[in-house]
Write a protein that binds this ligand. Sequence first.
Ligand code: ADP
Length: 349
Amino acid sequence: MKKKNKATLSMTFWFTMILFIEYLLAVGFSTISVAMLNKFSQGWVSVPSELMVFFFSLVLGIAFSFIANRLFLNPIRKLNKNMALVAKGDFSVRMTEKSRFKEMDLMLDNFNLMVKELGALEILQADFMANVSHEFKTPINAIEGYSMLLQGSNSKEEQDEYIKKILFSTKRLSNLVGNILLLSKLDNQVIQLKYTNFKLDEQIRQAILLSEIQWTNKEIELDVDMQEIDFFGTEEFMFHVWSNLLGNAIKFSPVGGKIIIKLSADDSLVKFEITDSGTGVSDSIKRRIFDKFYQGDNARKEEGSGLGLALAKRIVDLNKGKIYVHNVKDMGARFTVELPRSVINHEKR
Ligand code: ADP
């Protein structure tokens, strides 16, 4: 039997039982009272038994509704009051009352759970806003400062230097806005995700080529070994994953370092690995590395915003894959992305 029907049946049963017991008690009390009245007054006083039944029904009715009021209505009244507080934004309220009715108890527990979740969501949003504001403030302050220096400077060399710094902060700002927008779109599923067939190895090669200036400037040696792979997934978004992982590998590798990229697949799984020769990741970084706005103590804060890996994880999740990191002896960090082929193929086709 369905839970709802069971609850209704149990309520009906209890109300019927209460009414029945009240009726039995009223009849019982009135019979005894009439008998006692007759006995003690020796027939002088006679009260109709219907009047007695009516009187005892009234008294018992009042007593029962008083008990029901305490058992049933009090928690509802408290719940009502607490709901009004939650509507005003107070998420600290909790229902401590317990009810004898299972359904009522369940409702109170669910109310507590709901308020707890709402509270956590509010903290999350407040944290997000604080992080966004902080990340915006740094480049904007830099742009303002260098623009003022630019105004007062006559030397061409100095001016070039300030313009370079302003452009750097502007690019950082535009990356930040782009990442926040993309993350919010992916989180809220505003965009219709387009799954298509594309060559994964070619897409990764394209990401490598696009970052050529960065890795050649740092004289980094690239060791690339990629199998040809036809993949079905969100092509446009997957590109962000590769360019972010590659960007980080370059950023964290020293000048003259090495990056190893490997792409392989079997019938069910595609595996991408990128290993750099950088600082690696400590356990404390590992725990939070995919959180929004997280930057580890090994990060040069002026060069990132801590959104890249959160974005990469969200995209890999949407493709029903896994992303994780560990350290490799004599190298640095290794990021691995595993993407199921058949799951997505079967689901989306
Ligand atoms: P950011 O834009 O700051 O690089 P990410 O989300 O890409 O943001 O990375 C978050 C943090 O993870 C970085 O601040 C850094 O501490 C750590 N991290 C990411 N990639 C690497 C890597 N290849 N080697 C070592 N640490 C890394």
